[in-house]
Design a protein around this ligand. Structure first.
Ligand code: GLP
Length: 245
């Protein structure tokens, strides 16, 4: 139906978050020492809450995992509440007891962001690649911070954010001027090398882009459309976002 993509549609955000957490939990139980890729943004917060509850109830155990995050703003300080490392610590890592040695995220303070990209890509490869990558999707179809453009990116890259993304992310800052204008993000190839991908997408505002990503042409103008060529993608969505599928 959606080419290779399995779509799980739940009635609302809470149900979607639970369903996504259950899929993640199954994968974690199957491979407790796996490599898991995480995403930021508002969408996965509900799933992270569910995972915290499961860990507190000792249903799942993060003690052996290695994690990689998709992206980080640049420049940004790790103790800036808007940094993605801060976000991950607040919304998941601290509560499930992850140690620093288990956490990988691009360094928002790297003096040479291009060198940081190459080093990050090597870290993923040296860890044996990502077993399960969580993704959100931007309003413009970006995944990580791979923005719409003339060509798909390959490896982890240092990128300028589009005006649309700066505006969309301004809701987390005092105003758009405070949003960093660059980021370090896993590339499309880095994401596509994940053995399995779990994309979360909720809300009516995402209905049109989700349609384009899953059913439209595979084009770098909608970076998420490349997922149609991945052999193991599950999309967990709510009714509102699935309205045009
Ligand atoms: C950010 C992140 C993406 C995320 C997207 C959607 O820009 N870099 O990884 O998927 O926004 O965010 P939200 O879930 O808040 O809509």
């Amino acid at each position: 139906m959606f080419r290779n993509i399995r779509v799980v549609t739940e009635p609302d955000y809470d149900a979607m978050s639970r369903a996504a957490a259950e899929i993640f939990a199954e994968a974690l139980k199957e491979k407790p020492n796996g490599v898991y890729g995480f995403a930021t943004g508002g969408t996965p917060v509900g799933m992270y809450k569910e995972l915290i509850s499961m860990a507190e109830a000792s249903e799942i155990d993060f003690s052996q995992v290695t994690t990689f995050n998709l992206d980080e703003y640049h420049p940004i300080n790790p103790d800036d509440p808007q940094s993605y490392i801060y976000f991950m610590r607040q919304n998941l890592f601290n509560a499930v007891g992850l140690k620093d040695s288990q956490i990988n995220i691009p360094n928002g303070t790297a003096a040479d962001p291009v060198a940081e990209c190459a080093a990050y890509e090597d870290k993923i490869l040296n860890a044996g690649g990502i077993d399960l990558q969580i993704l959100g999707i931007g309003n413009n179809g970006h995944i990580g911070f791979n923005e719409p453009s003339e060509a798909f990116t390959a490896q982890t890259n240092y990128t300028a954010l589009t005006e649309m993304t700066v505006k969309a992310n301004a809701r987390f800052f005092n105003n758009a001027d405070e949003v960093p204008k660059h980021a370090i993000t896993m590339g499309i190839r880095s994401i596509m090398l994940a053995k399995r991908i779990l994309l979360l997408c909720g809300g009516e505002g995402k209905a049109s882009i989700l349609h384009d990503a899953l059913l439209g042409p595979i084009t770098p103008l909608v970076p998420a459309s490349i997922l149609q060529t991945h052999p193991n993608v599950t999309v967990v969505t709510d009714k509102a976002a699935a309205a045009l599928l």
